[in-house]
Design a protein around this ligand. Structure first.
Ligand code: PXL
Length: 288
């Protein structure tokens, strides 16, 4: 029975994504699920927390941490022999949750499964509201765990993960320093987002097997919220469909840019991007 389940999933992968439910705000699970489904993946979820909205720009949001559910859910999955071809984590709810995540991956992900971590904890030089130094230390333990295949930090997160100074203005030497420090700490494939060397461009730097590559595209001044989650979900969807890390990084960058193009002129839509409108373009980029 278990063998048959695994065989079926060779072609049709089941991914577990662990991140919060922000009820309103187009981020985390409300973004990840439709994007992963569009990429023909069977989705399973473990919500890290439930918030009334995300924390970037809304005030007085509610926050219910679901850490205590993690070991109970894991135990049930193990009793039912439930397993996953891949695990992709985003915004997590607490320090303790991070060690439960490792247990779940150890016990419920296939031995040849793919573990992708988006250390969603900071942007624009600052940690998101609930997080502190202890959380950063726990996130380092997760990102540098040997089970992890790919991490997707932005520059702020990379600076926190490597105890480096965050710079708003930087050159290639700074970016290479971050990538090398992450690799020296144990990160395997690194997809560093939001890397722009000129005012009008941004892009993504990929470091894999000691080699760098860089993909650049247009940068819009009006930063849109939630693009990190859109990017990580599209990257994961493309990668699990057989694209290389560099190809998936490019596909996700092009898709995220299209989402921003569909959104940035609508001032009322400051809280997220209209990623739904261009999902067919992502499907075409992956499946042709
Ligand atoms: O998009 C990252 C994210 C996810 N979840 C919550 C957030 C944020 C960013 O602010 O607040 C709850």
């Amino acid at each position: 029975m278990i063998k048959k389940d695994r065989e079926v999933r060779m072609a049709y992968k089941r991914i577990l994504t662990i991140q919060d439910i922000s009820c309103v705000g187009q981020c985390s699970l409300t973004v990840a699920l439709p994007i992963l489904s569009a990429c023909s993946l069977e989705t399973a979820i473990l919500p890290s927390a439930v918030l009334s909205t995300h924390t970037a720009g809304f005030h007085g949001f509610t926050f219910t941490d679901l850490t205590e559910e993690f070991p109970k859910i894991e135990e049930h999955w193990m009793r039912e022999n439930i397993s996953f071809s891949a695990v992709y984590t985003g915004y997590l709810g607490s320090v303790n949750q991070i060690s439960y995540v490792k247990d779940i991956v150890k016990n419920c992900m296939d031995k040849d499964g793919t573990f992708i971590v988006d250390p969603a904890m900071a942007d624009f030089g600052k940690l998101y509201p609930p997080f502190d130094k202890t959380y950063v230390e726990a996130m380092k333990q997760l990102c540098f765990d040997p089970m992890v295949k790919i991490i997707l930090p932005n520059i702020t997160e990379a600076a926190y993960l490597t105890d480096s100074e965050f710079r708003e203005e930087y050159d290639e030497a700074y970016i290479h320093m971050l990538l090398e420090k992450l690799a020296a700490s144990g990160a395997k494939t690194i997809v560093l987002t939001g890397v722009g060397y000129t005012k009008d461009t941004t892009g993504v730097a990929v470091y894999e097997n000691g080699e760098y590559s860089y993909y650049k595209h247009h940068h819009y001044d009006q930063g849109c919220h939630g693009t990190g989650d859109v990017y990580a979900s599209a990257f994961t969807g493309a990668y699990l469909n057989g694209k290389s890390a560099c190809e998936a990084a490019k596909i996700a960058a092009d898709y995220t840019l299209r989402c921003i193009e569909k959104t940035h002129e609508d001032e009322k839509h400051w809280y997220g991007v209209k990623f739904e409108l261009v999902l067919p373009e992502l499907e075409k980029a992956i499946f042709g």
